[in-house]
Design a protein around this ligand. Structure first.
Ligand code: FAD
Length: 481
């Protein structure tokens, strides 16, 4: 691995104090442990934290934050570090606050369909518990060991986003420790201690902690809506020769709102693993393949969905589309419809051909802009010998959706890392110019966003951040302000 970070400014007095707060076993400044937290899968330059701290209670989190605020030590919140945007790499060293040991499922409300969990609860852990009640969450395609809470506050998406939208839209309450150590609650649990069912109709102050990349507070409890699992799964799979035809199909089918997940992927992304370096697609293979996941309670309901799907195919065929019913590659289909996935979710399947690196331009883009952006991305990525492994997914209807490229690359040399970084940032600029917005943005993306942003918006971000984090200690630098 290149770019081994330089040693840090460890102060043994600080280590001692942190050990007093969380216990000897839960705080360290040992170099080999710090090293493990200094890098992620992305192109972002490694940087070592000075202290690793693993709290086990809310009181400990508060005490760590009071201490860090008083000594002006940076704090980077962390759960599994799988965000692939460098968001847990501590730009200024300081404390890496690993929340993994706060991993209790506190409540599953079978009647009102919500769960209250701590931030260390993983997708795998919650899935096995919810399964007992025939309930589910919108599981991402990412590693099952990653945190449900971190995914939700980062506007993550999963297998139910076609129906319910982003995972952040499913948050119903939160408990948060502010950078200054105060404990706050947002949503119904702020009014009645034991009531976690809804953020509305209160003012949406939960927004102070979603999409902020861990720069405004530490989540210590979160409540999320969960949903029943109908027994009959039917996945419609189709292919097209062109992105334009795929976009049109996804929009038309999206109008009927019958799918939990409605996704198109380029040929390169349908391969497990994604090819690295770029290799041309076989001429006979279609460029775009789609899976549309539906769940039904009865056979009749399933048949009604099949009828709608056939109607959509007819409509598209009349428009001259190249749309065809097609088999999706079996392993990839399983990985994307049986979530949380042990196949795609195991990151090695993404990176295995490339060698350790993976990152993305991940964006929310209006569906009518998918075509021009994809065409440009393809040019950029192929010119740098990277696969145009692109995914498009409708969210909650049709007005916008995900457009992202998942880019494996080798981390063997600084040149291959820089090649991927430049390709990804170039792709991102094209998307921003077409009205897209990147999600979970690395600092390089944040700079591009802020360059284009209304000055009033940037000022509002700065004021809000200052109000919550007066000494600017939380995940410093990540907002690229
Ligand atoms: C191969 C692959 C596929 C993926 N597919 C998807 C996908 O389909 N959908 C998707 O949404 N994501 C996907 N991801 C991204 C990622 O895996 C998920 O978003 C994951 O749930 C993040 O959880 P984590 O525990 O790794 O978070 P981390 O990376 O540890 O943290 C994410 C962010 O949350 C902050 N944070 C962590 N804990 C706290 C806390 N307690 N309080 C405040 N801030 C905190 C961190 O500082 C950071 O900014 C994928 C990743 C990979 C590698």
């Amino acid at each position: 691995m290149t770019g081994m970070p330089k040693d840090s400014n460890v102060d043994p007095k600080f280590t001692k104090r942190l050990c007093e707060i969380v216990g000897e076993k839960n705080a360290t400044d040992k170099k080999h442990i710090r090293y493990a937290y200094s890098y992620d899968l992305s192109f972002v330059k490694p940087k070592s934290p000075d202290y690793i701290v693993m709290p086990t209670s809310v009181e400990q989190v508060q005490e760590v934050m009071r201490f860090a605020n008083q000594e002006k030590i940076s704090v980077t919140p962390y759960t599994a570090g799988t965000n692939i945007g460098g968001l847990c790499i501590p730009e200024n060293g300081g404390i890496l606050l690993d929340m993994k040991r706060m991993n209790k499922i506190l409540r599953i409300d079978e009647e009102s369909h919500y769960a209250v969990i701590e931030p260390g609860v993983s997708h795998a852990q919650l899935a096995s518990e919810l399964g007992k009640f025939n309930l589910r969450w919108s599981w991402p395609v990412g590693p099952p060991s990653s945190s449900v809470s971190s995914n939700a506050i980062s506007h993550g998406i999963g297998g139910l986003s076609g129906r319910y939208g982003l995972n952040s839209e499913e948050i119903t309450s939160m408990e948060v420790v502010l950078p200054t150590g105060e404990l706050v609650r947002v949503g119904s649990c702020a009014i009645q201690e034991d009531s976690w069912h809804s953020c509305l109709p209160l003012p949406r102050v939960d927004g102070l902690f979603t999409g902020w990349l861990g720069t405004t507070g530490i989540i210590t409890k979160i409540a999320i809506r969960v949903h029943p699992t109908p027994p009959i799964l039917k996945v419609f799979t189709a292919s097209t020769e062109k992105i334009a035809h795929m976009g049109s199909y996804l929009r038309t089918l999206g109008n009927y709102e019958i799918c939990d997940d409605l996704t198109g992927v380029s040929w390169w992304l349908s391969q497990v693993p994604i090819p690295y370096p770029y290799k041309p697609k076989p001429t006979e293979a279609p460029e775009w393949i789609s899976f549309a996941t539906t769940f039904s309670w009865t056979q009749k309901e399933k048949e009604a969905r099949e009828e709608i799907w056939k109607m959509v195919v007819d409509e598209e065929t009349k428009k001259g589309s190249s749309l065809k019913e097609t088999n999706y590659p079996a392993e990839a289909l399983k990985a994307r419809t049986q979530l949380p996935s042990q196949i795609v979710g195991s990151t090695k399947n993404y990176t295995k051909q490339a060698g350790a690196g993976i990152s993305w331009p991940g964006t929310f883009t209006p569906v009518n802009k998918w075509e021009p952006v994809y065409d440009k991305w393809k040019e950029i990525l192929i010119s740098r010998n990277l696969s145009p492994s692109v995914r498009v997914t409708n969210y909650r209807g049709v007005h916008y959706g995900m457009l992202r490229a998942m880019i494996p690359f080798p981390k063997k040399t600084p040149e291959t890392i820089e090649n991927a970084r430049q390709a990804i940032v170039e792709c991102l600029k094209v998307d921003l110019d077409n009205g897209g917005i990147p999600y979970k943005p690395p600092v390089d993306f944040g700079l591009e966003i802020n360059k284009r942003a209304h000055p009033g918006y940037v000022e509002l971000l700065k004021k809000t951040k200052k109000m919550l984090d007066p000494n600017d200690i939380m995940n410093t630098g990540k907002l690229a302000l």
